[in-house]
Design a protein around this ligand. Structure first.
Ligand SMILES: Cc1ncc(C[n+]2csc(CCOP(=O)(O)OP(=O)(O)O)c2C)c(N)n1
Ligand code: SF4
Ligand SMILES: [Mg+2]
Length: 273
């Protein structure tokens, strides 16, 4: 009989500290299911971020390292260079990666480091109470942008599309963006992460999957409304699909996304936070 569903061995059977409706847990489930499927539990190492996923070592039943805020790409670089036969995963939030760790990640991608980054974009600093992140949408309210992000005011600038940014670099081989807002997108995101893991184990670098993920608590929305907000506001600003694939093998479960250049309308994002 074919087993259709089971609790991954790579995931610990413990309660998490995540809020109801948070996307981090879904992403953990995708990662651990794939590690089991690929038979890599004994050969996987994850570098955990500083952010709400900082306790991920309590949840992952395989090796992990906790570098300082934003420095996980440097740690992942060292680990992968020494243990080149291991699956090395660099897990980062948008504050961790696109703010304090921007330089780390750009140079790791540009060097073509052969680890896989899972970039959790929830458009906010979750752990520290909802401050504006580099990915916060135009018009989205945050603890440090109480009237909404205004690119012209107080040097707030525009949301950074990290996937498209890193795709420009010759060292990156595979960049995709998924979301965990519904079953179909969770399945597609799983496909992207699987392809990135397979690419890494085949010796390719640099691979990254950005995942749009709800943060109901800091968006001041209930879990269902948070998913709707993600669909109506984040997906138009951060288009889903494969952004770059120079691996030479196909298998994407969606068409490549054309990067949008316009910002999502500020009026649409007033509902959050
Ligand atoms: C060097 C340093 N600076 C600042 C902080 C405070 N800090 C902890 S988590 C965090 C932001 C986390 O946001 P994000 O990476 O988006 O993760 P999320 O909680 O949203 O998943 C910050 C600024 C810190 N721990 N260390
Ligand atoms: S604050 Fe946001 S990112 Fe952090 S656990 Fe809660 S919902 Fe998740
Ligand atoms: Mg965040």
């Amino acid at each position: 009989m074919k087993k259709l569903y089971g609790f991954p061995e790579s995931l610990c059977k413990v309660s998490t500290k995540y809020c109801g409706g948070c996307g981090h847990g879904v992403i953990h489930r995708i990662i651990t299911g794939l590690i089991d499927e690929m038979g890599l539990r004994e050969k996987s190492i994850i570098t955990n971020p500083v952010g709400c996923a900082i306790w991920a070592d309590l949840y992952f039943n395989f090796d992990s390292v906790q570098p300082p805020h934003g420095r996980t790409p440097a740690a992942a670089t060292g680990i992968k260079r020494v243990l080149s036969d291991h699956l090395v995963i660099c897990y980062q939030g948008d504050g961790d990666m696109a703010a304090i760790g921007t330089a780390e990640m750009i140079h790791a991608a540009n060097r073509g480091e052969k680890f896989t980054t899972i970039f959790v974009n929830n458009a906010i600093y979750g752990m520290t109470g909802g401050q504006m992140a580099p990915t916060t949408l135009v018009g989205q309210k945050a603890a440090t942008a109480p009237y909404g992000r205004d690119p012209d005011a107080a040097g707030m600038g525009y949301p950074i599309r990290v996937g498209e940014l890193l795709a420009q670099l010759d060292g990156s081989r595979y960049i995709a963006r998924g979301a965990v807002n519904n079953a179909a997108n969770i399945r597609k995101t799983r496909g992207y992460i699987k392809k990135a893991f397979e690419a890494q184990m085949a010796g390719n670098g640099f691979t990254m999957v950005e995942v749009l993920s709800p943060c109901p608590t800091n968006w001041s929305l209930d879990p269902v409304k948070a998913v709707e907000w993600l669909e109506e506001n984040m997906i138009p600003a951060f288009p889903l699909g494969e952004i770059k694939n120079t691996l030479g093998f196909a298998g994407a479960e969606t068409k490549p996304a054309a990067a949008k250049t316009e910002q999502s309308p500020a009026a649409k994002v007033q509902g959050a936070a």
